[in-house]
Design a protein around this ligand. Sequence first.
Ligand SMILES: [Zn+2]
Length: 664
Amino acid sequence: MTRETVDILLKNASILTLDEDFHQYDPGALAIKGDTIVETGPGIDLVDKYEAREIFDCGGLVMMPGLINAHTHVPMTLLRGLADDLRLDVWLLGFMMPVEREFVSPDFVTLGTKIACLEMIRSGITCFADMYYFEEYVARTTAEIGLRAVCSQTVMKFPTPDADFYEESLLAARDFIERWKGNPLIMPSVAPHAPYTCTEEILRATAELAVEYDVPLHTHLAETASEVENSIRDHGMSVVPYVKTNHLFDAKVLAAHCVHVDESEIHTLLQHRAGVAHNPSSNLKLASGYAPVGKMIEAGLNVGIGTDGPASNNDLDMFEEVRLAAFLAKSVANDPTALPARTSLAMATCLGAKALHLGELTGSLKAGKRADLILVDVSRLHNSPRFRRDPNNLYAQLVYAGKSTDVRDVMVNGRWLMRDRLLTGLDEAELVQQAQEYARKIDLFLIQREKSVFSKLIAIGKTIEEESFEVQAKVRLPDPAPVLSSIKRPEIEVLRYRHYHEFDTYFLFSDPKLGTLRYREDEFIETGEHGNQARYRLTLIGPAREHKFPSDVLLSRSRYLAPAMYSLRFYREYFNPVTEISIEKDRRRWRVLFRGTEFYINLDRLDQPNLGYFVEVKSRTWSRSDAEHKASMAVELLEFLGASLEGRLTKDYLEMVQESIPNP
Ligand SMILES: [Zn+2]
């Protein structure tokens, strides 16, 4: 009998195939021709059947499909440990995105990917789904090293390190897909970052692109409860139906997280064959909640396991993720039989491959699939002894006591990437040193930024710098009646009137030179042309009074004004003030013309703290001589309003409020 020739025959292994029937062979063998598995089966049969160019004795180790990291951002290895113990929005919008805008480049992405690939190979990962910027360099580096990946070029509505406008990233994604489509290791893909960082237009355009090239679409979905709340507020529906309306599921979707999805959303995901990447470490660390993994698996969804980016995990260790996935599912279900070891290991292999839409190619040790496999030593001290009575025992050993350092050999696409824990071609010490150099520069950048409230404001983007100088004079009033009647006199022409309820929160910093940041919520009390509405503004008030004119008229500087896009809680956690002061007042505001000069008159009643009535006159000014003129006009106007000049204040509310608070 002539024996069929193969390239490599791996023999003497305890094989977990993770195929549909969960076949195990012990001792088993596996034959490979080129990049493809020819057969997996009992050792005795295969050794007789095949003539191999190379016979490899696995020494009784466990052979299983390589682990699939279903969601990550590999270049973020360079941002590992940059900012931790923060809420997702502060972490992402306050730290990650500003640092990325400053530092992420092809060089950054290449170095970060090399480090990640090394770390992943060492922990038995043979395939990963990535989402980042300059994805071209993730793909190139990964292909050079020899790992398999779905590489997704990010598109979002904000400026990114590789595009000022989303149209550019969409074009880049198209180019990228065209270049890599058909590559044996890289599956190119497009990544609308998340529903809340994209517009409806972006969701639709990226879905169309993915459909046109028949490539996966990678996104973050329903990661936090507030994402769902905001979606309901802004779109009248939760996240999954919202993206469905925008045709996202026309594409082959890989959705990371899906923490906050209900049964009907699970059904929608299933109906559209979307893959889900469950990220237990990331969800736990960011306290995002508990994904209903048990329900999703039960429904028949392809749920893989991912590490998420190394800046939010902070490692790329799939052994840890698989164990956490199992523990978490049991704990959430209050049922130790939930998500048994075999299922969680399937999530990290065959189900993960299907979630990435690479199920035909990888994920199990089966004839016709690519030879992506690992050899794991389960006989070391921390994993001894081995019981053989229960066929599920080996799964349990791997999931509950296995460590990434137990991985001895790694093969991807029929090629060894690690033999006997040795990797070739990458200088680990050199990579660590280069990463350290980036860390040094980023530290310096953040130290500089933290010195100034202004630069921290600029860092969170979408901001308008507007420096304005104001002449202002303020008087405390025992009774507002004279002011109200004076305003009606013909000498004053009222250009506009508004009535607000104002809630001000002042952030004070340890160094007064940093200035004071005011978060203001204005609630219009009367329906004017804009109707009843609230607006939120952020103002950085300059540290010192610029100048004091006679009669206690002040020239002050407000450095910066912008609409407040995030919540007060976000700003509090991002700016981290030493003191916070809240003021609540009723404000009547007139824009008037008085003797040819435009002024604002603010008539305030301070309710919190209860300090009574104040009248303030203000005018914007641009030059020294104009300021002097307006300062004397301000005094005239106050006198005209009948405000007693004895009550004139040299301080603003903030100082008074601070003084009214008894010293502890
Ligand atoms: Zn992510």
